[in-house]
Design a binder for this molecule. Structure first.
Ligand SMILES: [Zn+2]
Length: 275
């Protein structure tokens, strides 16, 4: 069984075929999906949980889990009401993670100090609810400032919780991967690992020990190379897993087993947590 550790199942791009899309994932061997609850802002943070509750228990579906969080560029919307909503969502059993949260210096949007403040306030809420975090970190091309600032924040406000988390859609170098592992984070690779130009990312992936990796789609975005530019969906996580398997000279089954074990360990779930 394979787990897609990051998919935006609440995207309106699935409104016409969400159930069939989830069935295709199950048929492809995807036993569980972590649905990311950021929506288009805090007003939609609950949609991922709603989707879990709508589909869990139906036969022929992957088991669904949810996260909730305020995306870096929505950090200005992290007012008292949004924080209370986040706290309440994180208290629900299906909501196993806080995210995706972090720092994004690549796109124009919220000012960097606002992003940092939004991140720190969510770390406090996640720590109190004992939920691991899902980090989005993206510097401008060729820079590492977002990573440097992120590690500063995590070392001061998160490390001591011992809860760890996931570096989602990892795009850093070995230095950032090593620091993440040292902080107890898993490194999650997405479809861009399969792109011909991603040789340096594949070299980093080769160095990450197998007990430190996850795979994800970041669907509906970032379809793997063979489907590039098309709508992505959890079924296609098999292609990223295949690439990661080749990088590590392992079978697809071994990568599936390792990533499932890693996911279960981080989120304190039983190994048979999928469908
Ligand atoms: Zn995402």
């Amino acid at each position: 069984m394979l787990i897609d550790s990051h998919a935006h199942l609440d995207s309106p791009r699935y409104d016409d075929d969400r159930e069939q899309m989830l069935r295709r994932a199950a048929e492809a061997g995807v036993g569980a999906v972590l649905a990311i609850g950021i929506g288009e802002g805090p007003a939609e943070m609950h949609l991922a949980l709603d989707i879990c509750r709508e589909f869990n228990g139906k036969p022929g579906m992957p088991r669904l889990y949810a996260s909730a969080g305020i995306y870096p560029h929505n950090a200005a919307e992290a007012d008292d009401a949004a924080q209370a909503k986040l706290d309440n969502l994180l208290s629900q059993p299906e909501v196993i993670a806080c995210g995706e949260i972090g720092l994004d210096y690549y796109h124009e949007g919220a000012a960097h100090p606002i992003q940092r403040e939004g991140l720190i306030c969510q770390l406090k809420i996640a720590a109190a609810r004992r939920r691991p975090i899902l980090i989005h970190c993206r510097p401008k091309d060729g820079a590492t400032d977002a990573w440097d600032h992120l590690f500063e924040v995590l070392e001061e406000h998160w490390m001591s919780t011992g809860l760890g988390g996931v570096m989602h859609c990892f795009g850093g170098g070995w230095e950032q991967a090593r620091r993440s592992l040292d902080l107890g984070f898993l490194i999650s690779f997405a479809g861009n690992l399969t792109y011909p130009k991603a040789q340096s990312l594949r070299e980093v992936a080769a160095q990450v020990p197998i007990d430190g990796v996850l795979v994800e789609t970041d669907a509906p975005w970032l379809a793997p190379n063979s489907l590039r530019g098309k709508r992505n969906e959890p079924a296609f996580v098999t292609q990223t897993a295949q690439t990661l398997a080749e990088i590590h000279n392992l079978s697809a089954a071994e990568i599936a087993e390792a990533t499932t074990k890693n996911f279960a360990r981080l989120f304190k779930l039983p190994l048979g947590m999928g469908n």
